[in-house]
Ligand binder design. Structure first.
Ligand code: AMP
Ligand code: ZN
Ligand code: FE
Ligand code: FE
Length: 289
């Protein structure tokens, strides 16, 4: 099957917690017939050059992005920066310190797992990771390898997720800080999967209003884990607040084997006009595409 008139603006590679190497992911996007793919790894820019070079080689548009975590009263909020410049100096420094926070947290999680009778080592976790950003999915993979859980999802449910027995919170950026940082680099700044935030709807709208002056320009309406109603809700909110729309599968390869590149759980389609509108808005603001 090819999906010619569609794009995927939210994907993860081995640079963080996906399992495809960046060039492989871009090749898969080409094979599917996608018009464009954005690589948006957590807290790292390490996969972007390889992905972009693959895009040039294969003739498919690759958008440089990243997904940054921020703190809210309702848990983590993820912010996507799209069209990052090659030279993202200030961002690179902040991401480096975010990865250090992750490392501290990962060690605490491993200690908790050890206390629960699972003799996992930090080397087991590192062996499950291939890139710069090491996170809970790699710990889940290490648990799977040792036979302590049968899937990444089960590992989150039992141990690593916010209700799990080995959960440890992580210090992330303030929302305003994350948005300002990405906007300052000329990125298109979008709240990722807004309906996965466990917050009251009025809080989401108030937060959007507060983040607009910081440089928020978009909402991720189209996402593998948004129902049609959630998607419609996001489109409505975006219209009310004058925000653009972004969309993507949040593909992670084998980390989330039920989410396919381009099509998510099967029904997701992000039309190419979503990309064209984002590009037009950037041109209007004098930003490169
Ligand atoms: P971390 O970045 O270390 O906090 O881990 C969070 C990441 O793990 C998210 O960005 C997702 O990619 C993944 N994740 C979160 N919850 C689950 C889950 N229930 N099952 C599988 N993967 C998950
Ligand atoms: Zn992830
Ligand atoms: Fe996310
Ligand atoms: Fe993501």
């Amino acid at each position: 099957m090819t999906i010619m008139d569609f794009v995927d603006l939210h994907t993860h590679t081995q640079a963080s917690d996906g399992t495809d190497d960046p060039a492989e992911l871009v090749r898969k996007a080409l094979t599917l017939g996608l018009r464009a793919v954005a690589v948006t790894d957590h807290d790292t820019l390490a996969g972007l050059d390889a992905a972009q070079e693959a895009g040039w080689a294969y003739g498919i548009t690759v958008i440089r992005g990243c997904e940054v975590s921020a703190t809210s009263p309702y848990g983590e909020v993820h912010i996507l920066g799209l069209w990052l410049p090659h030279d993202a100096g200030p961002l690179a420094a902040v991401l480096e310190s975010q990865r250090q926070q992750r490392e501290r947290r990962n060690h605490s999680i491993v200690e908790k797992l050890n206390a629960h009778g699972m003799p996992l080592t930090y080397d087991d976790v590192l062996a499950a990771a291939a890139g710069e950003t090491v996170g809970r999915p790699h710990i889940a993979a290490a648990l799977m390898k040792r036979g302590y859980t049968s899937s990444v999802r089960e590992g989150f449910k039992k141990w690593l997720g916010s209700g799990g027995k080995a959960f440890v919170p992580r210090k992330t950026l303030a929302l305003e800080e994350a948005v300002r940082l990405l906007a300052g680099l000329g990125a298109t700044v979008s709240i990722a999967h807004p309906r996965l935030i466990h917050c009251p709807h009025p809080w989401l709208e108030a937060t959007i209003a507060a983040l607009k002056p910081c440089g928020l320009t978009a909402l991720e309406a189209y996402h593998s884990e948004h129902s049609e109603a959630a998607q419609r809700h996001c489109v409505d909110i975006a219209a009310r607040h004058g925000l653009e729309l972004t969309g993507g599968s949040d593909y992670h390869g084998q980390t989330k084997p039920d989410i396919a590149l381009g099509t998510g759980r099967g029904a997701l389609r992000v039309p190419v006009f979503v990309l064209e509108k984002l590009e037009a808005a950037r041109r209007q603001r004098g930003l490169p595409v």
